[in-house]
Write a protein that binds this ligand. Structure first.
Ligand code: SAH
Length: 253
């Protein structure tokens, strides 16, 4: 394969088909390419669209409102998570929640489901609708930064009492007050060992700053979720979310 500038620093997710030899419209990126990144014609960027490949693209048109590129080469990438993990995160103060979205993407979560629980700061779920556009931008930017090819999905916020485990999914509840619960790592290893050919999808629920109540946990256990511990120390919710994702990706991916 001829030497292509795979070291191009700038990567962009584009929800469009990509193929070597094709020209592609980059208008949505024009302002960022020109005004923010100060790129020039013939510069190279890397495009991804979630198909597991990256596409080397030479800029052939570039104004603040219009941009296009010519795709010159492609290669497979192995950065997308090989296990499907959904983080059910009880809503937190805005900056903490957004930090979990960004870091959870880097660590490999495939889906984020905001949950409004008894002790959530923000209520009701509908009040979160105004955040989705900003949250999706955070997921896309984190995907581009860490080299994945497809951003995680973002679910609509739901009330904890409405939660139900999707099919073929094993759900873990990280509970700070759990007694006699297995560690998340051991519980996940047992689930993977028991799995047949196709590993199950995983879900991890983490409470809000105020923690989870006994009856919230009982309600979910009755619906098939498994209580696990993240150790003897009380972690902040954002710490617990990222520690949990890291443990699951390390043990299961
Ligand atoms: N306000 C509570 C702590 C809540 S921590 C208190 O101070 O006691 C926020 C969330 O992080 C918890 O609901 C739980 O989901 C998770 N978490 C924190 N530490 C944990 C641990 N040691 N084991 C399991 N989950 C934990």
């Amino acid at each position: 394969m001829k030497n292509v500038a795979w070291t191009a620093r700038h990567r962009f997710f584009l929800d469009a088909p990509l193929r070597v030899g094709d020209a592609c419209c980059l208008d949505p990126l024009a302002h960022q390419l020109v005004a923010v990144l100060r790129l020039a014609l013939q510069d190279t960027v890397v495009l991804v669209n979630g198909d597991g490949f990256e596409y080397c693209t030479v800029l052939t048109t570039l104004t603040p409102r219009q941009a296009s590129g010519q795709i010159t080469a492609t290669r497979p990438v192995y950065t997308d998570p090989r296990i499907h993990l959904t983080l059910y995160q009880c809503t937190l103060k805005q900056d903490k929640f957004e930090w979990v979205l960004q870091k959870g993407t880097e660590l490999g979560a495939s889906r984020f489901a905001p949950v409004v629980s008894r002790r959530s700061v923000v209520r009701p779920a509908a009040a979160l609708r105004t955040k989705y556009t900003r949250w999706r931008a955070i997921l896309r930017e984190a995907t581009e930064q860490c080299g994945r090819t497809r951003p995680p999905m973002l679910d609509e916020a739901s009330e904890w009492s409405e939660l139900s485990l999707p099919p073929e999914t094993h759900g873990f509840i990280a509970w700070e007050a759990a007694e006699e619960a297995p560690s998340l790592g051991d519980a996940a290893a047992a689930v993977m060992a028991a799995a047949s050919a196709q590993p199950p999808r995983l879900a991890l629920l983490v409470g809000p700053e105020g923690g989870l109540t006994q009856d919230e946990v009982n309600h979910l256990v009755a619906r098939g979720w498994q209580v696990v511990t993240l150790g003897p120390r009380i972690l902040r919710a954002e710490t617990a979310a990222l520690a949990g994702i890291a443990v699951l990706m390390e043990r299961c991916e």
